[in-house]
Design a binder for this molecule. Structure first.
Ligand SMILES: Nc1ncnc2c1ncn2[C@@H]1O[C@H](COP(=O)(O)OP(=O)(O)OP(=O)(O)O)[C@@H](O)[C@H]1O
Ligand SMILES: C[C@@](O)(CCOP(=O)(O)O)CC(=O)O
Length: 457
């Protein structure tokens, strides 16, 4: 059967409430998918000479030198598919992309257990919506295009923290599955398909990261906005590496949950997350380099050292986070526009977060973000905001009334804010920029493969 071109996209994320707590199955996280998506297009690889290459070529044409060529070799029914990164030219330095490479070897290994080891060559193109990276001077002239050319290598792009690797691994894995498997074997439009994609993408993402995080970013890339309870980390702590004995069978069992020991206990509750009509989320990127490394390590060390204090704060925070989700649902269902309760719940979460920052010494809501959030919250039409995810200095997420005037008031405030920050004498945080993203309830979805003209080779 001739394979056809396919395209898939997956959303970025913002963890509005539940940062750190979500690492523990006792607690949950309130995660929103964002309308900034990563798209992956896949088509059969044709060579002009008619020679068949056993290669998969991956390009990310918005970035310089972003081309990765992979050879693949079936190591037998036991070890699965081994992927080798090939050098494009003898002169070029080998730029690795661990997320692409790991997702490729995991997906091809799984596919070989379902459809057999004959894998046709393919050409894959990755395209990211513009807000995943801060724009540079060179992309100004193309900023009206659906996708920007960033004019720099991927390693020099400044990420805005929307979860590019999770959205990428999810969309990339899904694109391979829909390309190589028949509708009967895999479909994005049924629960079994989405759950297999989730399990496979979580396994690949954790392997590429070299650690087992909470997985809220991959879960929201698959399922969209939801209340998330993580899977037991032990699920992903014992399988082998691609190409090693037993890998393919272990992966198949993990993906298809065919053995009681590989049953996933992730909980995704979509009905617990809503955005009332007339409200929306916005994100601000703070240009200050990357987050303080080791925040998670330090916060968890505090929890270990001060279990009573940490448990008290975490239990209260969990209650407040659930209260925030419940209030959003209540407003959505009653179509009420009275945001007083919502405002108070956000204020309550922030107060506890600051207490956690103080007790742990980890700047989850540092003083500079307190000032920024307070200033934003005083703009008419802004309900409130938080330092999302792990917190720190690099982003804020706001809930606002969905009106153009609120956005322009907010932009005006940020302009004055940036100006004043430049004048200030103390150590200041970086420039704040309103991103053009909002919440998106939908997770991974099939896209029209004809919609990427000009970007494919
Ligand atoms: N457009 C892209 N094309 C190819 N690879 C990409 C692309 N975007 C991200 N990646 C891969 O994901 C990596 C970035 O992942 P990382 O986890 O550091 O960031 P992130 O997921 O955006 O972070 P955060 O969790 O803070 O939002 C890149 O180094 C690259 O391997
Ligand atoms: C601190 C943590 O709970 C959230 C990190 O979120 P973000 O990458 O800052 O969006 C870590 C995790 O859940 O894996």
């Amino acid at each position: 059967m001739a394979l056809s071109s396919k395209a898939v996209s997956a959303p970025g994320k913002v963890l509005l409430a539940g940062g750190y707590l979500v690492l523990d199955r006792e607690y949950t996280g309130l995660v929103f998918g964002l309308d900034a998506r990563i798209h992956v297009h896949i088509q059969p690889l044709h060579t002009s000479s008619g020679v068949t290459l056993s290669e998969i070529i991956v390009r990310s044409p918005q970035f310089k030198y972003a081309i990765w060529e992979y050879g693949y070799r079936w190591t037998g029914p036991d070890g699965g598919m081994q992927v080798t990164h090939l050098r494009v030219s003898a002169l070029q330095k080998l730029q690795t992309n661990p997320f692409v490479e790991t997702a490729l070897s995991y997906a091809l290994s799984y596919i070989s257990t379902v459809a057999g080891p004959a894998i046709n060559p393919a050409s894959i193109t990755i395209l990211a919506d513009n807000d995943y990276y801060s724009h540079t001077a060179t992309d100004k002239e193309t900023s009206m295009d659906r996708f920007s050319s960033f004019g720099v290598p991927l390693s020099e792009a400044h990420k805005t923290g929307l979860g590019s690797s999770a959205a990428l691994v999810t969309a990339f894995t899904a694109a391979l599955l829909v390309h190589y498997l028949s509708e009967d074997q895999f479909s994005l439009s049924n629960d079994a398909g989405r759950s297999r994609l989730h399990n496979l993408a979580q396994a690949a993402h954790c392997a590429a990261q070299g650690k087992v995080g909470s997985g809220f970013d991959v879960a929201s890339a698959v399922y969209g906005s939801c209340l998330y309870r993580r899977f037991s980390p032990s699920l992903l702590e014992s399988h082998g590496e691609p190409g090693t004995s037993g890998f393919a069978a272990e992966l198949k069992s993990l993906v298809e949950e065919s053995d009681p020991s590989t049953k996933w206990d992730t909980e995704i509750v979509k009905s617990a997350v809503k955005v009332p009509n007339g409200l929306r989320l916005v994100m601000c990127d703070v240009d200050c380099g990357s987050k303080t490394p080791g925040m998670v390590k330090r916060l968890l060390a505090w929890r270990k050292d001060e279990p009573e204090e940490a448990d008290r704060i975490w239990k209260q925070l969990q209650e407040k986070n659930e209260g925030l989700a419940a209030e959003l649902v209540r407003l959505a269902e009653t179509e009420s526009h009275d945001c007083q309760q919502l405002r108070e719940r956000i204020t309550g979460i922030r107060a506890l977060t600051r207490e956690m920052s103080k007790c742990s010494g980890v700047p989850v809501e540092p003083e500079s973000q307190t000032r920024l959030l307070d200033a934003c919250s005083s703009v008419p039409g802004v309900v409130g905001g938080v330092a999302p995810g792990a917190g720190g200095f690099d982003a804020v997420a706001l809930l606002i009334e969905d009106r153009e005037e609120v956005i322009s008031e907010l932009s005006g405030l940020l302009e004055r804010w940036n100006h004043d920050e430049q004048q200030g004498s103390e150590a200041r945080v970086g420039r704040v920029r309103l991103l053009r993203v909002r919440e998106d309830m939908e997770g991974v979805r099939a896209e029209d493969p004809a919609g990427y003209e000009g970007w494919l080779q």
